[in-house]
Design a binder for this molecule. Structure first.
Ligand code: DOR
Ligand code: ZN
Length: 335
């Protein structure tokens, strides 16, 4: 039986939610990942030190028996320097959402005026706090990410010491930015390595494949695969696993988000094996992130086996990607 072992897998973009949903989904990630960057788009969003520490405690309480490090984030506002200096030891990054662009982002940024953001972004540069960005404009849905490239360019050139992570990239335009600016990095989801727009709305509408940014064209998928499979040193795995209750997905007004946390490593093995690149998966799923973020996760060893695995129809009322389908890798042991 073919196996593959991963050390300290990291999910550099994860939604854990709160309350019962947190209790249901956090153990699934904690089982197979050493740590994850936890998104702050709760209602209301995570914006104070008290919010961060209380949310971290709730996460730790939801994962009693597994070692798992939640790397906490703040929801971007134009914070002042003094505040940022006071929270630097408690947050790993700050996440910027354009206002209204996706789930629970209403309190996000409505002006990308560099002068208005200067104090915050200079302080983040000095303090070494990375900026994670949901890079979409409010333009035509297929063009939103590409249109955002001019904003990335302005941020990257005005704040050359700021680490800017282009989150969940979906386009060749974003891939092309990686080698243009030293301080731009990216996360890539597993679903964007598998899906194109046709898998969302090309036949019957597939709500469980619907997310923001939406899956794009075949040539975009190829560009994403090219940097992920080579484990480009500025690219990291970030699932953007975004659980919603079934009734919010299978409804008129489907919430954006693909739930992949419990099957992400299995699918990554399948993709990397298919292209004969399994040797690069360790960099993509952990080592690049450790280097870029300067984090040092506790030991965890996950061994996956190549054998058929039927994806459950639901995990506590949350439907995963590929529910009911057979995938070709399964988690064998976690130590
Ligand atoms: O599809 C998405 N769902 N994209 C996001 O940016 C947010 C996420 C969520 O929180 O549900
Ligand atoms: Zn997200």
């Amino acid at each position: 039986m073919k196996t593959h072992t991963l050390l300290m897998p990291l999910d550099m973009h994860l939604h854990l939610r709160d309350g019962i949903m947190l209790e249901n989904v956090a153990p699934l990630t904690a089982y197979s990942f050493s740590g994850a960057i936890v998104m702050p788009n709760l209602v209301p969003p995570v914006t104070t030190l008290e919010d961060v520490t209380a949310y971290k405690e709730r996460i730790m309480a939801a994962v009693p028996n597994d070692f798992f490090e939640p790397y906490m984030t703040l929801f971007y506002k134009n914070y002042d320097k003094k505040f940022l200096a006071s929270i630097v030891d408690d947050v790993t990054a700050i996440k910027l959402y354009p206002a209204g662009i996706t789930t629970n982002s209403e309190g996000g940024v409505s002006s990308f005026d560099i002068q208005e953001m200067r104090e915050t972004l200079e302080a983040m540069s000095t303090l070494g706090i990375p900026l994670c960005v949901h890079g979409e404009t409010d333009g035509f849905v297929m063009d939103r990410e590409a249109e955002f490239m001019t904003i990335y360019e302005a941020l990257a050139t005005n704040f050359p010491e700021l680490k800017i992570i282009m989150e969940h990239i979906t386009t060749k335009a974003a891939v092309d930015m990686l080698d243009k600016f030293d301080n731009l990095y990216a996360t890539i989801t597993v679903h964007h390595l598998l899906l194109i727009l046709d898998d969302v709305v090309g036949g019957m509408m597939m709500p469980h494949n619907f997310c923001k940014p939406i899956a794009k064209r075949p040539e975009d998928l190829d560009a994403l695969l090219s940097v992920a499979l080579e484990a480009h040193p500025k690219v990291m795995f970030g699932s953007d696993s975004a659980p919603h209750p079934r009734e919010k997905k299978e409804s008129c007004g489907c919430a954006a988000g693909v739930f992949t946390a419990p099957i992400a490593l299995q699918l990554l093995c399948e993709i990397f094996e298919q292209y004969d690149k399994l040797d690069n998966l360790q960099d993509f799923v952990s080592d690049n992130a450790q280097r870029i973020y300067g984090i040092c996760p506790e030991f965890k060893e996950v061994t996956l086996e190549k054998r058929p695995f039927v994806v459950p129809e639901s995990y506590s009322g949350v439907v995963p990607m590929y529910a009911g389908n057979t995938i070709n890798w399964a988690i064998e042991t976690v130590d």
